[in-house]
Structure formats: structure tokens, C-alpha cells
Design a protein around this ligand. Sequence first.
Ligand SMILES: NC(=O)c1ccc[n+]([C@@H]2O[C@H](COP(=O)([O-])OP(=O)(O)OC[C@H]3O[C@@H](n4cnc5c(N)ncnc54)[C@H](O)[C@@H]3O)[C@@H](O)[C@H]2O)c1
Length: 409
Amino acid sequence: MSGRTVLVTGGAGYIGSHCTVELLEAGYNVVALDNFINSVPGHGLPPSLERVQQITGKNIIFYECDLLDKLGLQRIFQEHNIDCVIHFAAIKAVGESMQFPLLYYKNNLIATINLLEVMEAHNVYQLVFSSSCTVYGNPESLPITETHPTGDVTNVYGRTKHFIEGMLKDISVANKKWNFIALRYFNPVGAHPSGLIGEDPTKAFTNIMPYMAQVAIGNKPYLTIFGGDYDTEDGTGVRDYIHVMDLAKGHVAALDKLHREHQRIKIYNLGTGNGVSVLQLLRTFESVTKSKIPFQICDRRDGDIVSMYANATLAENELGWKAKFTLPQMCADFWRWQTMNPDGYRKCTDENGSPIRKSNNGHSITQNSRRNGEMENAKQNGHQQRNGDSLKQNGHTPCILTNITENGH
Ligand SMILES: NC(=O)c1ccc[n+]([C@@H]2O[C@H](COP(=O)([O-])OP(=O)(O)OC[C@H]3O[C@@H](n4cnc5c(N)ncnc54)[C@H](O)[C@@H]3O)[C@@H](O)[C@H]2O)c1
């Protein structure tokens, strides 16, 4: 058991919430923050993290906080003995990043600079950064290793990841105390096998699996496939889909590595190494879910990459990590989440973001939670309480200190 305390930025989001399950299971104490720019708020804990507590029977400390609010962030570091950080918080919609580049540069770059400055001020030097295979641009060779050139990025979102990687390299040279791991994710899909947590963005989404599932349940008429004449086996684009729980385990392996070894900065691909075409994914999804997914093939989009899949042997050799879940498991787990929660987490909250129902002790009651006494641990220990007021200092974005602790304070 680790016993160390990790700050998870963007903890209410898709990968952050799944990773928190693995961190709690590995014995980490988790302090999470999020500003809900792309996740569903709750009353106290966001529903995604409420369900993480339900899955693990362990408690999470959560703050509604924007990383652009440096004072709010400082207060969190003052309040807790943070040992290390996993930095998920970012906005990630490629199309939106081209329309609103300043929003992306501000949110992703300034937020990261604030985080690094506050970490340094509190002598916290271990950080795992969520990077992306998008930093490789159009691949020169496949499968892609970490030594493949980077920087020829086709969109603003990807450039923010590339800039941050560069920034981490620079500051690790300037101050030898820093110890960074940047994980370049390929294409995360799937959901926790319980069906309790999954992907539920609040911004418009274009990720393929949520879209496929929306078509399968009849919420959207068909799937649009961009490009059917690429030089691939069936003419559609090829990607390396990785189960989000495999990805989550990769973060625990990375934190262990940071704890054991001081390498200043290391970069690892997290992928399966398998290239899967859009049509192969669609056929697998149909067969696993016993559904029919109508699709239309349209023209290629500018800037789309034909084929991209990882060589992930460095992570296997140095982190002792390897993706285990198969493509059918990724589809089955996503489908379970989708069918158990057709409206995502939104059914857990009313239009103001408050829980729909509350039990006597103030816990919000979600669709599946606490029905079978599964929440005993959280019930006994995890009384939820808003114990901080909204902060508004010097025009900063308010940071609501919503702290859920073992003793309820
Ligand atoms: N999902 C993917 O396909 C993918 C692929 C490669 C890399 N990544 C990276 O992984 C990380 C997590 O991605 P995800 O899929 O979980 O996205 P997500 O949008 O579900 O989660 C990100 C969370 O960060 C929060 N956030 C954003 N800006 C913030 C800020 N300034 N302050 C506080 N919270 C903020 C959002 O509200 C959201 O809950 C991101 O950095 C993303 O760029 C994701």
C-alpha cells in the first residue's frame, strides 16, 4: 500500500475518474480537483467521483477549482501534504481548439504553469503529465516509438501538449529536483467494467466510441466515417484503441516509477500496439452489442491522419506495464456504461447540477448507488459537507472548497 497523497487535476473527467479507481486500489490518498468545464458537477462530489467511492469503498477529497485560479490552488497545497501530481486537466477538442486557440493556450498552458509554480513553492516535484500521440503529427514510420520526431502537429490542442512537454524538459534541466513522466496516450475508449463510470463530456464530443454508442441506442441516425479510400486494409483510418482501465493502470505504474527512480523526465507511449480500422471497430462493436450501426462514408477531412499505432515496449520494459484488455472488452465495457446510463451522469443531478434525491444523511443517491448496501464504507466514513465558501479574491475565478474527508470535515 502506497499511503502517499496524489493530487489529481481534472479528476471528475473521463480518464481522471477511472485513474482514481486504480489509485485508491493501489493505496494512494486522492485529492482531486476540477472546474467542470467538461464534466458533470454534483453537490459536493461530482457524480463520477461519487461512483468511484462506490466502486472502491474509499474516500476522495475533492475541490471545485480552476487551475487558472492560482490562489485557490495554493490553498489546496497548504491544506494537504501532496506527494505527487497527475495532471489530466485540459481541454481537448481538436476542432474547437482551431476555432478558439487562445482559449486552449490559456487553459492548457497557463493552468500548467500555475500548477508547476505552486508545486515548486510547496516542494512537490513529481508529476505525471497527460500527453497525447497527437504530438507525433503525421507518422513517418509505424509503429510509433517515443523517439519518433514530434512537433509537426496539425492542430492547436496538440500544440499545447507539445509545448508543455517542451516546458517540462526545460525546467527539468534548470532544476534537478523535478521528476516528470509524460504519458503519450493513443486512443482511450471503454469504461470501468462495473458500468458505473464512463465517458460523459459536457462539451460536444467527436470521439468515435461514444458516437457509435449513440447511434446504436437510436439517439443519432448514423455514424459518419471520414475517408474510405485511405491506403489501409479496408480504406478507413487506423488507430490504436486502448481500454481506459489499462491506461489508468499505466498511471499507477508511472507514479511507482517516479517514486523509485529520479530520471528528471521520461516519456512513454501508452497504447496496445494494435492498429484497428474504423470499420473493424464498428463490426466489433456491432457483434459485441448485438446492435446495428448505420454509417455513411464521406470525404476525407483535412489534417486527418491515416494510420497511427504505438510501439509500447518502452513502457513494458521500464514501467512493467502492458495493455491487457481486448477490443471486444473495450466495446462491451463501454456498452454496459452506455446502457446503464443512457443520459450519462446527468440523471444524477438536476438542471442546477444538484443531486436529484438525497438520503437522510445528506448523501446524494444516484441511479445504482447505495441500493444494495454497497456504500457501507462511504456511508460510515464519507459524510459529505461543503466546508468552505466560494472564494473570490482579486477577481480570480471562484474556487469552491468542497472537501470530503474521512471524518466528514
Ligand atoms: N480522451 C482522449 O482521447 C485523450 C487522448 C490523449 C490525451 N488526453 C488527455 O488526457 C487528459 C484527460 O482527458 P479526458 O479524456 O479525461 O478529458 P476530460 O475532458 O474528460 O477530463 C478533463 C477534465 O479536466 C477538467 N479541466 C479542464 N480544464 C481545467 C482547469 N483549467 N482547471 C480545472 N479542471 C479543468 C475538465 O472539466 C474535465 O473534467 C487531458 O489532458 C487530455 O488532453 C485525452
